[in-house]
Structures are given as C-alpha cells and as structure tokens.
Design a protein around this ligand. Structure first.
Ligand SMILES: [Zn+2]
Length: 185
C-alpha cells in the first residue's frame, strides 16, 4: 500500500449538481439549506464546515470561506479571522467527537500542481490522525460502508460543535450555528 501521506490529492466532492446556476459546489452548499443532506456540519458568519464524501480518514472535513475565490490574498480581514476561528472550533469538535491523536490541516493553492481538484474556491482540509492509521479508503473500499462512516462522522462532529459554548442548533437537520468569537477571546 502507498503509505505517502497525501490527503490533499483527495479533493473530490461528488454530489449531484442541484444548482444549475453555479458550477461551484461549495457556493451551492453555502447557499442551500439542506445541511445534513449536503454534509454541512457547522456555519459561522463567513465560513462553513463540510465533510468530505471521500475522506482520507474518518472525520476529514473542509473549512470553507463564503467568498468564491482561489486567491488567499483576496480574503478580507473579517473573513480571515472568522475562517481561522472556525478552524479552531473544528479541531475542538473533532477532538470531542472522534478523539484523534493528531491533525493535519492545510490548503491547496495555485491550481492543479497543488493536487486539489477544486481550485477556484479555496478551502482548508482538516484531517484527524490516529497512531498507526493508514489511508482509510484502501481499507474501506465498499461504497455503502463509506456512506455509513461519513454519516456517523457527521453525527459525532455535529455533537462536538453543539457541545461548545456559543453555539446553537437552529433545526433538526441544520448545521450547528457558531457565534463568533469563541468564549474567552
Ligand atoms: Zn464557490
């Protein structure tokens, strides 16, 4: 098995294009309200957290600013801060919900050479890691098992957000609403 750690190559989000007005799946999920169905697990003022449907590891999420841009320099101060704070919240939620030993987190910037497949709407991958873990996908290759694993991860991470101070859940199938800033800041 290939043991090189390269989760950033896995940038695939295969969903039906339910919004023919936009080519961007991240913009579509930003604007739609079917959060559970879309696997949007948390939302802040300027960003949201989406589970990867093709996870490198269980709990693999992306923290995505609302702004449709592939240029990090385009993000304004408010968005940068909000995106970073939501990333803090995401580590916390993953710790609470899935108990990983460590994390990898990063951006693919600059197009195909960086390895991502969606390069016009930037997003930070956050991948939980466990001691001795291997790439989840070669181990779990059955599609139904992957779907169930992603649904299970969704519930765990959702709860991990909902437990945090300064959050609320506006409806049964809604993402956790994260108020900024986190307590203490
Ligand atoms: Zn977009």
């Amino acid at each position: 098995m290939d043991s090189v750690f390269a989760p950033w190559r896995i940038d695939w989000v295969e969903r039906e294009d339910k919004n023919p007005d936009t080519d961007c799946v991240f913009c579509a999920f930003r604007d739609e309200e079917a959060d559970r169905e879309n696997r949007v697990v948390a939302r802040s003022d300027h960003a949201f957290v989406l589970l990867n449907n093709y996870p490198y590891n269980p709990g693999h999420v992306m923290v995505i600013p609302h702004a449709h841009t592939g240029e990090y320099g385009d993000l304004d101060d408010e968005t940068l801060l909000d995106h970073a704070r939501l990333k803090q919240r995401t580590f916390d939620a993953l710790e609470r919900g899935m108990g990983p030993d460590a994390f990898n987190a990063g951006l693919n910037l600059g197009g195909k050479a960086a390895g991502g497949s969606i390069d016009d709407h930037l997003h930070t991958h956050v991948v939980p890691r466990w001691e001795g873990d291997t790439n989840f996908m070669p181990v779990v290759s059955d599609t139904q098992v992957i779907v169930e694993a992603v649904e299970d991860s969704y519930d765990r991470i959702h709860e991990g957000f909902a437990e945090q101070d300064g959050t609320s859940v506006p409806g049964p199938d809604a993402a956790v609403r994260v108020e900024a800033p986190p307590k203490g800041l």
